[in-house]
Design a protein around this ligand. Structure first.
Ligand SMILES: C[S@@+](CC[C@H](N)C(=O)[O-])C[C@H]1O[C@@H](n2cnc3c(N)ncnc32)[C@H](O)[C@@H]1O
Length: 305
């Protein structure tokens, strides 16, 4: 399918660009798609465009984020109207648009964790990166050069997403392990847990939860239940690897996806390409290897096993 995959708003770590590659490593059809670390749910949205599943379960431990996605899907008109209001107010704010961002951030941290406040903070903050301090408060700064995505652009995207997912999606803000319990044979679980390199460097509530051993252990639940899964995990750039390999006992197959030039490398004037690892469960690896029509699709990637 051509054209850009719609997204609600920028989100650091989004798989929107890689989604077409990732989808090539998934079965053509499955019953339900579970995305336990959804973020902006790029893979769910991409899979829904191709009608791969009949139901989509979108989960992230960050509750306001889920609130935002839920409203985007189920009540796009309400979300757009409220966002347009907040976004427009920044230009009339007596102390200037930056102070307006801090005002909304204060409201959010004081408990007004509404979908529109989350959307505005993400649209206006640096790199769409959610950062929470030790006290659990959202502490990311505004991007001083931008005013945040124009409501016109958000409107088009949000309606597109709503038409793909309305009536077919379930939302939750649970720990990923609870989602594993819900999955059954015939379903697919796509996981994009926070990279270890990220989770170890910041004391951010929403990135601190993933312990490598806990995660590997939890994957055993899916193996035991015979549930198919795909995991985006560690990264590799300029020969340097980030993150541990998943244990061989899980019987996954690892592929490397070409994610293009890294921003860091570009800034340093280097030509290093970033590779992102994708692990697929045992039965998916068999389908990929044995379906001739899928073989050429893997041309751009490198099977690292
Ligand atoms: C790398 S981001 C996912 C980005 C997503 N693939 C996208 O395209 O936008 C990882 C997500 O995992 C969530 N997360 C962190 N710990 C979690 C946990 N224990 N259970 C569920 N979600 C968690 C974070 O809030 C974050 O949104």
């Amino acid at each position: 399918m051509n054209g850009k995959i719609p997204h609600v708003v920028q989100y650091q770590g989004s798989k929107r660009i890689l989604a077409p590659q990732i989808l090539q490593y998934m079965p053509r059809k499955f019953r339900r798609l579970f995305e336990p670390f959804a973020g902006m749910a790029a893979i769910t949205i991409a899979a829904a465009r191709e009608k791969r599943a009949s139901q989509y379960h979108i989960n992230d431990i960050n509750e306001p984020l889920i609130c935002l996605l839920q409203e985007a899907v189920n009540a796009p008109d309400v979300l757009i109207e409220k966002y347009t209001q907040i976004w427009s107010n920044q230009f009339d704010y007596s102390e200037g648009h930056l102070k307006h961002f801090y005002h909304i951030r204060n409201c959010f941290n004081a408990g007004e964790q509404t979908a529109e406040n989350m959307l505005y903070l993400l649209a206006r903050c640096v790199k769409g990166a959610v950062r929470y301090g030790k006290n659990g408060n959202f502490n990311q700064s505004p991007d001083k050069r931008r005013h945040g995505t124009n409501p016109r652009n958000i409107t088009e995207n949000v309606y597109a997403i709503s038409s793909l997912l309305k009536g077919k999606s379930v939302f939750s803000a649970l720990d990923y392990r609870q989602i594993f319990e819900m999955a059954e044979p015939g379903d697919l679980v796509y996981m994009d847990p926070p990279y270890q390199a990220v989770s170890n460097t910041r004391d951010c509530r929403y990135f601190a939860g993933i312990d490598f051993d806990d995660f590997s252990d939890a994957i055993k639940i899916l193996n035991r239940k015979d549930v198919d899964y795909v995991i985006s995990y560690d990264g590799e750039c300029g020969g340097k690897e980030y993150g541990n390999e998943l244990p061989q006992s899980l019987k996954c197959t690892k592929f490397l996806l070409n994610a293009g030039r890294s921003t860091q490398a570009t800034l340093l004037g280097k030509r290093d390409t970033t590779y992102e690892a994708l692990y697929v469960s045992e039965s998916i690896a068999k389908i990929i290897h044995t379906t001739p029509s899928q073989m050429p699709l893997m041309g751009a990637s490198e099977n690292a096993t």
